[in-house]
Design a protein around this ligand. Sequence first.
Ligand code: RM4
Ligand code: MN
Ligand code: MN
Length: 429
Amino acid sequence: MRTPIDPELIARHNASLERDLKEDYQHLGAVLARRGVDLDEVTGRIRRFAVAIPSWGVGTGGTRFARFPLAGEPRNVFEKLEDCAVIQQLGRATPTVSPHFPWDRVEDINGLRDTARSYGLGFDAVNSNTFEDLPGQLSYKFGSLTHTDRRVREQAIAHNLECIEVGKKLGSRALTVWIGDGGNFPGQQDMTRALERYLESMHPIVAALPEGWRAFIEHKLYEPALYTTVISDWGTSFICASQLGPNVQCLVDLGHHAPTTNIEQIVARLIQFQRLGGFHFNDSKYGDDDLDTGSANPFQIFLVFNELVDAELRGAPGFAPSYMLDQSHNVTDPIESLLESAVALQRAYAQALLVDRKRLREAQEANDALLANRALHSAIESDVEPAIRMARKLNGGAIDPVAVYRASGYRRAKAEQRPQELTGKAGIV
Ligand code: RM4
Ligand code: MN
Ligand code: MN
C-alpha cells in the first residue's frame, strides 16, 4: 500500500507519546469503570467509526469575494486522493472519499478506482452537480431537474445517470442529489409545479439505481436561490423520499437549516421513519458556513450523536446512515482541518456512548428534567481524548496526527511538485 507519509516518522512520534497515553488511558478506564462503563468496548466502537472525506474539501475553499489558494493544494482528483490518503494514514477514521462530478471527471475511471485502492481508500456517495454550467451545455441558470424547459431537465437527468454509472465502477453505493433550483423573486416560480417536475425528473434516476444502492436527497433552506428553494427543508425531502421509493432517503447537511432549527429532532424523526440516509457534517454560526465540524458548536454535534448512538444501541430498524464531511477550508490547511473534523466526530460519538441511557430513560419517565439533562451533561464532561488516541494508535495511525503532519513537511514538498495556475476565481469550494 502507498503511504504518502513516512511510516517511520509516525512510529517515532508515537513512541514519544506512548507512555503518557497508556497512563491517561488507564486513568480514564478506572474513572469509567466506576460508572459501569467498559472503556475497551467504547474504544472498539471508536475504532470502527468511519466518515468520508469530500473530494472537494481537500482543495482550499473561498467565499463569494475571493479565494486564497494554498501553495501545494491538489490540482486534480488524483492529487486529491493523495491528500485524502494522508488524512487516512494519520487519522484512520476516513477510509472513503465522496467524489463530485463533473469536478472529478476523468477518462480512466478504473484508473481512478485503482489509484484509490493503492492508497487503501474506497468511495462513498457520488455527488452530482447541476448547479453550475459547463461549456457547450444548456444553462442551469433557471434550474436543473425542475427547470421549465424539458431539455434542461433531460440534461440534468442524464448527468445523474452518468454519475450512477461512474459510481458503479468506483464501487460506490449511493448517489447524493443536491440541486440549487429555486427562485429569487416572489412569483418567479410556481412552487407546486416546480416540485412536480422534481419528482418527475427523479423517477428515472431512482429507477436506474443498481441493487443495494440508495439515493440521498439533500435539502437546503436557501442559496443560491434567495426566495424559494425547491428542496428547502427536511419535510420536502421526506415527502419526496417517501414518494420515490424505499431506497431514497434524506441527507442532513448540518449547515442547511435556519439558525435555530433543532437538528437533532429532525435526525430523530428521520431515524424513526427509516429515512435517514446520511450526513454532511460541518459547523456554522450563520448559514451554510461550512466551518470545521465541532469548531464552533461541538454541543450540537454531540446532540446529533446522542440520537445516532441511541438508534445504534437499540438496533433501530433500517438504521445505516452514511457519514460524510462537507466543509470549505478558507484559512487553514484542508488536511489539518479534515483530520481535526474527523476527531470532532469521534469525540461526539464517544461522548454519546458514555450517556447513561438507563438513567436517562428513568429520568424521562419520571419527568425529572434536571436529572435527564444531567445525564447528557455528565457524558460531555468526561475527557475522552485518551480513548480516541488509543483507537487511532491501535488502528495504525498517529497518536497526534497534526503534529506528525506538520513535522512531515508534506505541504512544503507538494508546493514544489504542484505549481498552481492563478485562476483568480472566487467560489464556495
Ligand atoms: C452545497 C451542498 C452540497 C455540495 C455543494 C458543493 O451547498 O452542501 O452538498 O455538494 O454545496
Ligand atoms: Mn452538503
Ligand atoms: Mn452546503
